[in-house]
Design a protein around this ligand. Structure first.
Ligand code: NAP
Length: 683
């Protein structure tokens, strides 16, 4: 029998020992063996930190993002290879699509995130902090990639998505990974890592794979490593308290069991579209991936006057679910990941049955299509009912990680919120309502115990990604029982793999470190107008000082007429009592427009366009008679990628626009965004 190789230190290694047998969960046939006996994890960590880490840290966010895009495109082009392997884990086509294409989609989403970072190897976080009266001493924050390895210990339910959603983030951040999928479905992760390795898209050492037991892996972590864990709370708590994790202060992100709820809003009527939506969503959550989803709905909360109707409607839907061989087109629910997992679900269900009754499904028998029920890890969906959620609390504490969910009545919205919180921390919950006040009260009331809340109604139903789908740009994780972890969430997720460091010094020093011009830093005054300089020739801190202009009443009247902005403070000198203005004041937008008229060089040059303004502030009233001047300073530069061969090579240049008066005080401050052509169009 084939033994899965591990990919460590740049080599595919077959480990010693007999290994653990891995089975096709549909027909029970053995597929492979997995062993990690005798593997040198210490060497793997060193290889990751030195070879992979060094290569990734040299790359900029943009280069890492393009690498992820290339990987996503490659995996997408060969995605069909993974489906037949995925079916062997019991997953249907839709389940496999979520795992395979959802995972690849995650790579794409993280690749696109590069545009939210400067084209640097490190990240400048937030704004500067003024630390002195005279402005010569300021603070800021930079974030650099940690110099360790991201260790991902994953659950068995999403062998591909589980890996890709995590490595996308650490690779973008500039950290290498060691992935340890759950042994039972590791053959699918193995197939994908083989393809990734053969593509040579990632630098050496950026990705290593362990198929089988983790052995003494965690004994080798050090302070620069990051560990993420997805699985049961019991294992997670055990690993979180590993002596090395504690002594080296290794960040440990845990995503564990979660008793997620879905609530039917008290406003919903039986004949409404929302009622249908709720029933459909809940039934889908029970059966998709055979209920082996960390985000699956485990508790279905329904207003007590509708509980029988919902129970009946969900049961009718569940009864229509065809269970069996995932390769059969009619099949809607496949097998669980393995016999062990099935046994575990049955055991947990047994515990739940002490305080809830079955209202749909029979855990002891199942009809299957295209397969033999006793050979595979099949199970019927089971709907339980608990009419006394305050006294019978097992529903809120016991997770049967399979197609099992409990329907619960509630009396008021406050009670529904309270019951969702009895799960003591969940990854997500949802409410189906068409009432904006109910949506608000529920979301604000339940948020402290939940990582994500979906409000579903007919308006968004067609495009909604559903209760159970974590999204790359949104936070995934939950407090308490759900592990207290936080993943993904766009840029927020990337920051988990970066070290945030406060930096202090003069504005000029902080400008040099961040490569972002800081207010008050030294300026350089080139002879040539900045709008005549190409992207490469512009340097952060270069400044153009304009001629001056004295504001007149006529300027204000003219601007009011041109813009149509006749706000009283600009037009009616008699209306100013009780305001901060002493006299008719110039429009802030006029000051900025006039500033543009003063700093723009009208001649055709490398500046292609102005595409917006960030952070505009009007800091002092400007009255007629005030003389203004403008300082235009290069604040930040980002080279852009060419879309295709014919595209013009160009970059984004952010300019700081400072408008000051005759007392040398700033009256307006803004950042304008321009697109500037490169001199060298070939490179
Ligand atoms: P598990 O038994 O806790 O295993 C999770 C991972 O930990 C597996 O890779 C497992 O490897 C590994 N592991 C176990 N003991 C270890 C040790 N001593 N040292 C290092 N690694 C160790 O969980 P599971 O049965 O695979 O997954 C089901 C559970 O995961 C459910 O409770 C579910 O709620 C939870 N889950 C949560 C999320 C989430 O995002 N919150 C997502 C999916 C699943 P082996 O397979 O080699 O034992």
């Amino acid at each position: 029998m084939q033994k899965l190789e591990n990919y460590l230190c740049g080599k595919w290694i077959t480990a010693d020992g007999e290994g653990t047998a891995l089975y096709n969960s549909v027909n029970g046939q053995q597929i492979a063996l997995a062993s990690t006996k005798g593997l040198d994890f210490k060497a793997a960590f060193e290889y990751g930190r030195q070879t992979g880490g060094q290569a990734l840290r040299k790359m900029t966010f943009h280069e890492r993002g393009r690498m992820l895009k290339a990987l996503a495109l490659h995996l997408h082009s060969i995605k069909d290879k993974f489906y037949p392997i995925s079916y062997q884990t019991g997953a249907t086509k839709i389940d496999s699509w979520i795992d395979i294409e959802g995972g690849i989609g995650n790579l794409f989403a993280n690749a696109s995130l590069r545009k939210q970072f400067a084209d640097q190897t490190y990240y400048v976080d937030g704004d500067h902090a003024p630390l002195s009266k005279g402005g010569t001493f300021i603070g800021h924050h930079i974030m650099v990639p940690k110099e360790g390895v991201a260790v991902h210990i994953n659950a068995y339910n999403f062998p591909i998505w589980g890996m890709l959603e995590k490595i996308a983030v650490n690779l973008l951040a500039g950290m290498p990974a060691i992935v340890k999928p759950a042994t039972v479905t590791s053959f699918l992760t193995h197939a994908m890592v083989k393809e990734i390795e053969q593509s040579r898209i990632l630098p050496k050492g950026a990705l290593q794979l362990v198929c089988g037991s983790a052995g003494d892996m965690l004994d080798h972590v050090m302070c620069q490593d990051v560990v993420t864990f997805t699985g049961s709370a019991a294992t997670g708590q055990n690993l979180k308290t590993h002596p090395k994790i504690i002594s080296e202060s290794v960040p440990f992100n845990m995503e564990a069991d979660s008793l997620n709820s879905s609530v039917l809003g008290p406003d919903v009527k039986e004949d409404s579209e929302e009622f249908e939506l709720f029933v459909k969503e809940v039934a889908k959550e029970i059966t998709i991936k055979a209920g082996q989803k960390c985000t699956a709905v485990r508790r279905i909360l329904v207003p007590e006057n509708l509980i029988d109707q919902v129970q009946q409607a969900v049961s009718i839907r569940l009864a229509k679910t065809i269970i069996g061989d995932p390769t059969n087109k009619e099949v809607r629910m496949g097998a669980l990941a393995g016999k062990e997992q099935l046994k575990d679900v049955q055991m947990q269900l047994g515990k739940l049955l002490k305080s809830s009754e079955i209202v749909f499904g029979d855990p002891s028998k199942v009809e299957v299509l295209g397969a033999k029920a006793d050979l595979g890890a099949f199970m019927s969906p089971v709907l339980l009912r608990n009419d006394d959620p305050y006294k019978k609390t097992d529903t809120h504490n016991i997770e049967a990680f399979g197609p099992v969910s409990t329907i619960i009545p509630y009396k008021t919205l406050d009670e529904a919120i309270e019951i969702t919180k009895m799960g003591l921390g969940s990854l997500c919950c949802s409410i189906v309502t068409n009432d904006a006040k109910i949506a608000r009260d529920f979301s604000i009331g339940a948020a402290s115990y939940h990582g994500r809340i979906l409000t579903l109604n007919a308006e968004c139903a067609k495009e909604s990604t559903g209760h159970g789908s974590p999204m790359p740009l949104l936070v995934h994780g939950g407090p308490g029982r759900a592990g207290g972890g936080e993943e993904m969430g766009g840029i927020r997720g990337v920051k988990h793999y970066l070290q945030r460091t406060a930096i202090q010094g003069s504005p000029s020093m902080i400008s040099a470190i961040t490569e972002v011009y800081q207010y008050g830093a030294k300026q350089e005054y080139p002879v040539e107008h900045l709008f005549q300089k190409h992207f490469e020739d512009l340097k952060v801190g270069q400044t153009y000082i304009t001629h001056k202009h004295t504001i007149t009443d006529a300027d204000i009247v003219n601007f009011a007429n041109v813009s149509g902005d006749h706000f009283y403070a600009h037009t009616d000198e008699t209306s100013l009592e009780g305001t901060i203005f002493e006299r008719r004041v110039a429009h802030g937008y006029y000051i900025l427009s006039k500033a543009a008229g003063m700093f723009v060089d009208p001649r055709k040059g490398p500046v292609l366009l102005n595409y917006g303004i960030d952070e505009a502030r009007f800091t002092k009233p400007v009255y007629p008679g005030t003389t203004i001047g403008v300082k235009l300073t290069v604040k930040e530069k980002t080279q852009q990628e060419k879309r295709d061969q014919d595209d013009i090579k160009k970059g984004i240049v952010k300019f700081m626009v400072e408008v000051y008066d005759q007392e040398d005080e700033t009256v307006a401050l803004a950042t304008i965004l321009t697109m500037v052509k490169n001199k060298d169009q070939k490179a």
